[in-house]
Write a protein that binds this ligand. Structure first.
Ligand SMILES: O=C(O)CCC(=O)C(=O)O
Ligand SMILES: [Fe+2]
Length: 360
């Protein structure tokens, strides 16, 4: 990729000038037809940055955008309900972590807790005759909305997975889809998040701490600003602009490990872009079958299930425990944060994604 001559876009946030990182857009329709140029593009995105937009505006993807709107309506209804009803079951198990109130995890800035509440519906669970989900959404219209959203996200992420397998020349059992079979147990889940208004200067519950995802692929829908990424070799976090008609895709740790650590599991976090705003996001985490084996960031040969459970608990621990109780690279899945000096020595002017890709 050539060095871009475009002037990098920036935005004013919290009294600072912050980059807005450009990202490639991959067409869902072209991936469905396995067009060679699109396959190459999606592989390049995963190997260089680990993040891209997927354009869902064609006839095949539009239904997923409708599902997103219906899910948003459901989320508004759910999150406006009394806390006792939302938290009917509490956190029963990592796989069935249904509802998490605001402040359950570490926050985005030092000495803060997170600034979002979340309800998760597991793909395996929603298909049961009586799924274990809070009563507010346990009715057939709502289960229908959730099933459609999960099935749509599954089609999009599996299409990306199969495109990556093809682009890498993988065949038969070696293809990534073969460790993501629909009828095998996995922690694949739809997470619906509501970030409360919070002001970094005064509030103690803010945003979503920096991390990489446990998943193989994450499909993220949000119409609002707040997501920041720190792409490989970038010297600072920058915003990702919401793009109408598109969802955001990122590679998670499991696919990075399955690809022999060649794909990038991009570091990201969420900050309050506008301290007065409620922010809503929907993330589908396509995860590998629980029994899948890979070599993690510590060189351990472990199952996807173990990686999920360990990292899940690492997320909810206090920072002191996060620093001591788990493999040091766990929260970032082995991705390194380039320190500013190192990047500057390398002669990169500012951290835009295009510039970073030059010598990736
Ligand atoms: O809310 C968002 O935009 C991103 C959430 C996220 O990174 C996650 O749940 O892993
Ligand atoms: Fe994430």
């Amino acid at each position: 990729m050539a060095l871009t001559t475009d002037i990098p876009e920036t935005v004013q946030w919290s009294g600072k000038t912050v980059p807005v990182y450009p990202m490639e857009t991959v067409s869902f329709g072209r991936l469905l037809s396995q067009e060679p140029a699109e396959l190459e593009k999606v592989l390049r995105c995963c190997e260089t940055e680990g993040f891209f937009y997927i354009d869902l505006q064609g006839i095949d993807g539009r239904r997923m955008l409708d599902d997103q709107q219906k899910t948003l309506d459901l989320m508004h209804r759910f999150f406006e309900s009394p806390l006792e009803e939302k938290n009917q079951y509490g956190l029963v198990a990592p796989h069935l972590g249904l509802y998490e109130p605001v402040g359950s995890r570490t926050g985005v800035f030092e000495n803060t807790k997170d600034g979002y509440e979340m309800v998760k519906v597991s793909r395996d669970e929603v298909q049961k005759s009586s799924p274990h989900i809070p009563s507010i959404i346990k009715n057939s219209p709502d289960i229908g909305i959730l099933e459609n959203a999960i099935a749509g996200c599954n089609i999009v992420t599996k299409t990306i997975l199969s495109s990556l397998s093809t682009a890498l020349g993988l065949s038969g059992a070696a293809r990534f889809e073969n460790t993501h079979r629909n009828d095998r147990a996995s922690s694949t889940t739809l997470a619906m998040m509501h970030y409360i208004p919070s002001d970094p200067d005064v509030d103690q519950k803010i945003g979503h701490q920096k991390h990489t995802d446990i998943s193989s692929l994450t499909l993220l829908f949000s119409e609002q600003w707040g997501l920041q990424i720190r792409p490989p070799r970038a010297r600072e976090f920058g915003f990702i602009k919401p793009k109408p008609g598109c969802a955001i895709v990122n590679v998670g740790d499991s696919l990075r490990f399955a690809s022999g650590h060649k794909m990038q599991s991009c570091i990201h976090r969420v900050v309050p872009f506008d301290p007065t705003e409620h922010r809503y996001s929907i993330a589908y985490f396509l995860r590998a079958e629980d029994e899948t084996m890979f070599t993690d960031s510590e060189g351990r040969y472990i199952t996807a299930g173990q990686w999920h459970d360990e990292k899940f608990f690492a997320f909810t621990d206090i920072p002191e425990m996060q620093a001591t109780a788990y493999p040091p690279t766990m929260l970032l899945g082995g991705m390194v944060e380039e320190d500013d000096e190192e990047v500057l020595k390398g002669g990169l002017p500012t951290g835009t994604v295009n510039e970073i890709a030059v010598d990736a």
